[in-house]
Design a protein around this ligand. Structure first.
Ligand SMILES: NC(=O)C1=CN([C@@H]2O[C@H](COP(=O)(O)OP(=O)(O)OC[C@H]3O[C@@H](n4cnc5c(N)ncnc54)[C@H](O)[C@@H]3O)[C@@H](O)[C@H]2O)C=CC1
Ligand SMILES: C[C@H](CCC(=O)O)[C@H]1CC[C@H]2[C@@H]3[C@H](O)C[C@@H]4CC(=O)CC[C@]4(C)[C@H]3C[C@H](O)[C@]12C
Length: 285
């Protein structure tokens, strides 16, 4: 429950309102929040749905594998959480419109939208055909537009409304592995997040992005072992990133704790986009 501000009153300062005491916030950081979370059938979205539910939110998920998102939501409901899951191809605007309306009706509105789902079109640039390019843009960028655009009218009515868009370190900097379409789509996601923050401000809608580095999900099976160990070595933390590490960033940004954070990006990449390791490590004599 919200309590009065305990900080000393500064003469002339505005009324800052309520805060939640640390004791009361345990397991309740998203109490009463109605959240749309895309891509809950595996990877980051899977663990994120449980984490957000455990902190008091009602979380509606989605997936492409028939029945998978609903089956997982049933597991969460059996634990006493408020959850639902639906099949929806997020690259299809009309399908998204129905999914968003269905979730809004079930939850009684939408406060938070977390764009987690995506699937890249990968090829070296020289071999990048139009089909692969279009697939990547549809499933990494268009789906974010679809979900945000359909949810916008509900967010305008939301409580502490905000959007999170999942990008990637490759949206910030070029990579020596071939992924031009993935980079272009994830870079556009960052620009879109800042723009939605600007346009959403007057309606009380925040928007932020998250840039994960290499996260230990099933996608790992698609990259060579040496590349994976090289990427971990490039992190100042020198430790593999767990899907829950990305989910914790979603938890914070979605909560009212982040109420003054908008148009921001949180890298969850073990430091690889901000600091140099590898050959630069060691002491200067
Ligand atoms: N795994 C990694 O190393 C990294 C992941 N990311 C980003 O983090 C987010 C989560 O990644 P992962 O958990 O690894 O992904 P994942 O591949 O394990 O899971 C993706 C989820 O998105 C859903 N999905 C994809 N396209 C869809 C569509 N058109 N319609 C409906 N659902 C669709 C899938 O069904 C699945 O539930 C993604 O945005 C990804 O680009 C960013 C950097 C690194
Ligand atoms: C290989 C994965 C795609 C699997 C699939 O086609 O189903 C990639 C999905 C996410 C990629 C990683 C992410 O974008 C962050 C880094 C960006 C880079 O600069 C290169 C390394 C990444 C860890 C990148 C590696 C792979 O391309 C993915 C795991």
């Amino acid at each position: 429950m919200a309590q009065e501000v305990k900080a000393p009153k500064i003469s002339g300062a505005p009324e800052f309102g309520k805060w939640i005491s640390p004791e009361e916030s345990v397991g309740q950081r998203l109490k009463g929040k109605k959240i749309l979370l895309t891509g809950t059938t595996k990877g980051v979205g899977h663990v994120a749905q449980e984490l957000l539910c455990a902190h008091g939110a009602f979380v509606c998920g989605s997936g492409r594998t028939p029945g998978a998102a609903a089956a997982y939501a049933d597991e969460l409901k059996a634990k006493g959480y408020k959850a639902a899951g639906f099949d929806c191809d997020l690259a299809d605007y009309e399908a998204v419109k129905k999914w968003v309306a269905q979730c809004a009706e079930l939850m009684g509105g939408i406060d938070v939208v977390i764009n987690n789902a995506s699937h890249p079109g990968m090829a070296p640039f020289e071999a990048m055909d139009v089909e692969t390019w279009n697939y990547g843009i549809r499933n990494e960028l268009d789906l974010v537009y679809n979900v945000c655009n359909c949810a916008w009218p509900y967010l305008k009515e939301g409580n502490g409304a905000n959007i999170i868009i999942t990008s990637s370190t490759v949206g910030l900097q070029g990579s020596n592995s071939p992924q031009a379409c993935h980079a272009a789509a994830k870079g556009a996601c960052l620009a879109l997040a800042r723009q939605l923050a600007a346009e959403g401000g007057p309606f009380g809608i925040r928007c932020n992005s998250v840039t994960p580095g290499l996260v230990w999900t099933e996608a790992m099976a698609n990259i060579p072992k040496e590349m994976a160990s090289g990427l971990v070595a490039a992190q100042t933390t020198q430790r593999a990133i767990d899907p829950i590490d990305i989910a914790y960033a979603y938890l914070f940004l979605a909560s009212d704790e982040a109420r003054q954070i908008t148009a921001a990006n949180i890298p969850v990449d073990g430091g690889c986009s901000g600091a140099t390791t590898g050959a630069m490590q060691g002491e200067i004599a």
